[in-house]
Design a protein around this ligand. Structure first.
Ligand SMILES: C[S@@+](CC[C@H](N)C(=O)[O-])C[C@H]1O[C@@H](n2cnc3c(N)ncnc32)[C@H](O)[C@@H]1O
Length: 244
């Protein structure tokens, strides 16, 4: 089973509604990133777009946006809200759209779904290749500090009608694994347990900074999404960069 196949039915409500209201995040992306650092932006590529939550908000603007994701199911859902021609099924570590954009976004720790450092490097290469000169590149990570905390302290339960969803995280051979347990009520009133694993990884901020600079990006700002200033205890960090 592919990542997010079953969890997808609950994903928007748990991950993008209860835990992180999307409007605040899109306001940050548009007002504090795009309008501040690349106000002339007309075209945007949103990589790892997911189901459309950011897209829905961006669509209210006048930007021309192309959305890319590796998951057919995610894009299938997104299709209900976005023109299919603006959706691209592709791996963000290896794609060629034969065009460039003013701004590239990769939101909500999507980069952490790339488990190997070489994949992060390949994604930076792709972003560089698909940006105009002076183009803006914005992505965020869950820090190693955050993942280590979650593996120690985190278990959450959510009830949806008759179903219950439980989220936990373990560390397995250096990779952080969300264990998603869905207790689904069947027609004969029995519960079926469906389990899905979503794998993520992260790397030290210093290593990411060095790589970005080596790949010819200028880092304009790094922002702790919750507290502003980035510290050793930051949980979620945005990197706002410009192609040199
Ligand atoms: C946590 S979701 C975030 C979705 C969206 N960016 C948001 O803000 O809600 C991560 C997304 O990354 C996508 N993804 C994971 N690996 C990918 C890859 N190699 N290339 C493109 N998308 C990928 C998943 O399919 C999923 O839709």
């Amino acid at each position: 089973m592919k990542t997010y196949d079953v969890f997808l039915d609950y994903y928007d409500q748990i991950v993008r509604s209860i835990n992180n209201p999307i409007e605040d995040e899109v306001e940050f992306l548009v007002e504090d990133c795009i309008k501040q650092y690349k106000p002339e932006t007309k075209t945007i590529l949103e990589t790892a777009c997911g189901t459309w939550v950011v897209a829905k908000e961006l669509r209210k603007s006048w930007y021309k946006v192309i959305w890319l994701d590796i998951s057919e199911k995610m894009l299938e859902r997104a299709k209900k809200n976005i023109w299919a021609s603006d959706l691209v099924l592709a791996d963000m570590t290896d794609f060629d759209l034969a065009t460039t954009f003013d701004t590239i976004l990769c939101n909500y720790n999507s980069i952490c779904h790339l488990l190997k450092w070489e994949q992060w490097q390949a994604f930076f290469d792709m972003a560089y290749k698909h940006l105009d000169k002076d183009g803006l590149f914005v992505f965020d990570i869950n820090t190693v500090y955050e993942f280590e905390n979650i593996t120690r302290e985190f278990a959450q339960f959510y009830n949806f009608w008759e179903d219950t969803v439980c989220l936990e995280m373990i560390k397995n051979e250096g990779i952080y694994e969300w264990i998603v347990k869905i207790f689904k009520k069947s027609e004969d009133w029995k519960y079926e347990l469906i389990q899905e694993v979503v794998r993520e990884n992260s790397f030290p901020i210093s290593k990411i900074k060095k790589e970005l600079k080596d790949k010819w990006f200028k880092i304009l700002e790094m922002v702790d999404y919750h507290y502003g200033e980035v510290t050793a205890k930051s949980e979620r960090v945005y990197f706002i960069c410009k192609k040199k």
